[in-house]
Design a protein around this ligand. Structure first.
Ligand SMILES: Nc1nc2c(ncn2[C@@H]2O[C@H](COP(=O)(O)OP(=O)(O)OP(=O)(O)O)[C@@H](O)[C@H]2O)c(=O)[nH]1
Ligand SMILES: [Mg+2]
Length: 346
C-alpha cells in the first residue's frame, strides 16, 4: 500500500504544455510558435474509411449503419477530453496534383503536438494510397521531422489471419523502404490493423492520442506505481464516452484485455441507465459520488472500474483474490484519481 504523498511526489516539477482550444479553428497558425494545439489528423484516399472510424468512436455509430456514409466535403473536427482535436479531412486522390489549399495542406497542421493517422484501405488500391502517403510525408516532415505517423491498415474484416499479416508486412516493407530511399525519418512510424467491426479502431486511436495527452509521462508513472503497489495486472485510464484510453501502465497487455475492458464499460453504462444513473455525464466531481463497479471476468480475474471525474475512469484488471480487500483498492484508487484530477486540471 502507498500513501497520498508517494503518488504526488511523481507529479512535482513537471511543466504543463500550452494549448488552447480556441486556436483549433486556425490551422494556418500551425507553423507559428504560439500554437501548441494537440491534434490528430485523419488523412487518406477517398472511401478509405476515415469518417467511418471517427463516427464509430465519437458518435457511437453502429458499424452496420455506416454503409451509406457520404464523402466528406470539408474538414470536420471532433473534440476529445484534455483538449485533443481530431480532424477528419476530405479524401484526396492525388495530393501531388492538389495545390495545397489550407483545407488539406499537411504542412499547415504538422506542429509539435500533432499526430498523423493515414488510413489505407487494405482491400483497395494500396499502391495508389502509398504514393499519396509519400507525398504527404514529404510535405509534413519538411515541417516536423519528428511527426508521429500512424498507418491504419483498415478494413481487415473478412480477411484470413494469414492474409492480414501478409498485407501488413507488405505495406510496412514498402513504406520503410521508400522512406529510406527518400531519406525520410522512419523513427516515428507505427502500423495498426483496424476494422470498424471490432474494438481495433478504438485501441489504435488510443495509441495515437496517448502521447498527445498533457503530461502523459507523469500519468503513466502514476498508473505504473498504482499497478505495482496494488498487485494489479493492468490499469487503464479511460475516456468513458469514447472508450479510448488516454494512458495505461507499461506492463505488457494481453490482446483480449482491451476488448474485455470496453465490454465491461458498456455493461456498466447499461447497468447505470437501468438504475437511473448516468456514468458518463453530469457527475459531481466530489469523490464520494464517483461510481465504482467490480465485475468478474472469469473465476480468476476481475475488472474494477473507479470513476475519476465526469468523463474519465480508472479500469483495473487483476486476480480475483486481490479484490477480497476492496477497501484497500478503493482507498488507493481514490488517491490515484485525485492525483490524476490534479494533473489534468493543472
Ligand atoms: N468492410 C469494411 N468497410 C468499411 C470499414 N470502414 C469503412 N468502411 C466502408 O468504406 C466506405 C467509405 O467510408 P468513409 O468513412 O466514407 O471513407 P472516407 O475515407 O471518410 O471517405 P471520404 O470522406 O470520401 O474521404 C463506406 O461504405 C464504409 O461502410 C471497415 O472497417 N470495413
Ligand atoms: Mg470522410
Amino acid at each position: 500500500m502507498y500513501g497520498h504523498g508517494d503518488l504526488l511526489e511523481d507529479n512535482t516539477g513537471l511543466t504543463t504544455e500550452a494549448g488552447s482550444p480556441s486556436d483549433m479553428e486556425h490551422p494556418d497558425k500551425a507553423n507559428g510558435a504560439e500554437l501548441a494545439e494537440r491534434r490528430v489528423l485523419f488523412m487518406g484516399l477517398p472511401r478509405s474509411g476515415k469518417s467511418s472510424i471517427l463516427s464509430v468512436v465519437f458518435e457511437n455509430m453502429q458499424p452496420y449503419h455506416i454503409i451509406g456514409i457520404l464523402p466528406t466535403q470539408e474538414r470536420t473536427v471532433y473534440h476529445m477530453v484534455t483538449g485533443i482535436a481530431v480532424y477528419d479531412f476530405p479524401g484526396i486522390d492525388d495530393y501531388a496534383e492538389t495545390l495545397y489549399s489550407s483545407a488539406v495542406d499537411p504542412a499547415m497542421y504538422a506542429g509539435n503536438t500533432t499526430a498523423l493517422v493515414y488510413v489505407v484501405d487494405s482491400q483497395g488500391d494500396i499502391q495508389g494510397s502509398l504514393a499519396t502517403l509519400f507525398t504527404i510525408m514529404r510535405v509534413a516532415q519538411a515541417v516536423n521531422e519528428r511527426l508521429p505517423i500512424h498507418i491504419f491498415i483498415h478494413k481487415v474484416d473478412g480477411l484470413s489471419e494469414e492474409l492480414k499479416q501478409d498485407i501488413q508486412q507488405d505495406i510496412q516493407q514498402r513504406v520503410l523502404k521508400n522512406m529510406g530511399y527518400e531519406n525520410l525519418n522512419s523513427a516515428f512510424m507505427n502500423f495498426h490493423r483496424t476494422t470498424i467491426f471490432d474494438e481495433s479502431v478504438r485501441e489504435a486511436l488510443s495509441r495515437v492520442v496517448q502521447r498527445l495527452v498533457p503530461r502523459y509521462s507523469s500519468l503513466e508513472n502514476i498508473l505504473n506505481s498504482f499497478s505495482t503497489k496494488s498487485g494489479l495486472d493492468k490499469v487503464f485510464l479511460f475516456d468513458i464516452g469514447t472508450k479510448v484510453y488516454l494512458s495505461m501502465d507499461s506492463t505488457p497487455s494481453e490482446p483480449q484485455m482491451y476488448m474485455f475492458s470496453c465490454q465491461t464499460i458498456d455493461a456498466m453504462e447499461d447497468l447505470m441507465v437501468l438504475c437511473g444513473r448516468n456514468l458518463a455525464v453530469g457527475m459531481d466531481e466530489d469523490e464520494m459520488l464517483m461510481q465504482k463497479t467490480l465485475v468478474g471476468l472469469d473465476s480468476n480475474t476481475k475488472i474494477f472500474i473507479y470513476q475519476v471525474n465526469s468523463y474519465l475512469a480508472l479500469l483495473c484488471i487483476g486476480s480475483a483474490h486481490l479484490f477480497r480487500q476492496m477497501s484497500l483498492l478503493e482507498f488507493n484508487s481514490s488517491k490515484v484519481a485525485k492525483a490524476i484530477r490534479e494533473i489534468i486540471t493543472s
